[in-house]
Design a protein around this ligand. Structure first.
Ligand SMILES: C[S@@+](CC[C@H](N)C(=O)[O-])C[C@H]1O[C@@H](n2cnc3c(N)ncnc32)[C@H](O)[C@@H]1O
Length: 246
């Protein structure tokens, strides 16, 4: 999958050279290309921002360098989807990540300052996505979050041991808890079931814990997903045990 990132801070993206996105790039599963809107300016200072019409604080990213940059990228791939990372966009969740991972080429536009001249948003952007209801200083961190989450879903990006299948949200539930050696830590033991070697029983226990965690922490996810009869039975068991502990 190809990403074209429009940013004035390419150096921030060195974080993606490590771990899973780094390996995916080495294995040609993803290809990230960077574009600096300063290379599309027409003045000798390579200015990409100016004061806002109407006054007020901050600066605004100018339309022309952004517009020309997007169109330069689209010369090679006119079907690439242009995404504006924006706190005003659609909230990114795992379904959104799945949808974006199915695209072949994304152009990711990273805003700075007060944001980008609205005419670029209206004329050149296909979709706006937010990574959460808070404001970042720029779109770079949001673009990195998006690229990392998408990469995890691309075939071959994760080894078996890192499989995304059981990650939180993939099945509409939060993931169950995990333990590793030692068996006892600070007086607390690993749940007995996990030492039993009974694979089917362990799988049911994990599903029950995932259902229970989702019920306690993110009940809206359960409503959205719905439960089979068997899952409802497991969840009822979990709730009963929780009540007994109170
Ligand atoms: C300081 S913000 C501008 C915020 C803008 N004035 C507003 O209140 O909607 C600068 C840039 O950071 C990026 N950004 C900030 N928060 C974001 C979020 N939650 N998700 C995605 N991008 C974000 C956007 O690209 C934005 O143009």
């Amino acid at each position: 999958m190809r990403f074209d990132v429009i940013t004035i801070f390419q150096e921030m993206f060195s974080a993606l050279e490590h771990s899973i996105p780094g390996r995916a790039a080495t294995n040609n599963i993803i290809d990230i290309n960077y574009w600096n809107p300063r290379d599309f300016t027409k003045d000798k200072h390579r200015c990409v921002d100016d004061r806002p019409y109407g006054g007020g604080p901050g600066m605004v990213m100018m339309a022309q360098p952004m517009h020309d940059c997007i169109h330069k990228i689209k010369e090679k791939n006119s079907t690439a989807k242009v995404i504006h990372l924006s706190p005003q966009g659609q909230l990114l969740d795992q379904d959104g990540v799945k949808y974006l991972a199915a695209q072949e080429n994304l152009i990711l536009l990273c805003g700075r300052y007060e944001g980008i001249d609205e005419r670029v948003v209206e004329q050149d952007i296909d979709e706006e996505w937010s990574i959460g209801d808070y404001v970042l200083s720029g779109g770079e961190l949001a673009a990195m979050v998006m690229i990392d989450a998408i990469t995890r879903l691309l075939p071959g990006a994760l080894g078996d041991a890192e499989s995304a299948e059981q990650d939180s949200f993939t099945t509409g539930l939060l993931d169950h808890q995990h333990y590793t050696r030692p068996e006892a830590f600070n007086g607390q033991k690993v749940p007995k079931m996990l030492l039993s070697g009974a694979h089917n029983a362990i799988a049911r226990w994990r599903l029950r814990e995932a259902l229970g965690r989702t019920y306690l922490r993110r009940p809206k996810l359960l409503k959205k997903r719905g439960l089979s009869k068997d899952e409802q039975k497991l969840l009822d068991e979990f709730i009963k045990e929780e009540r007994e502990l109170l």
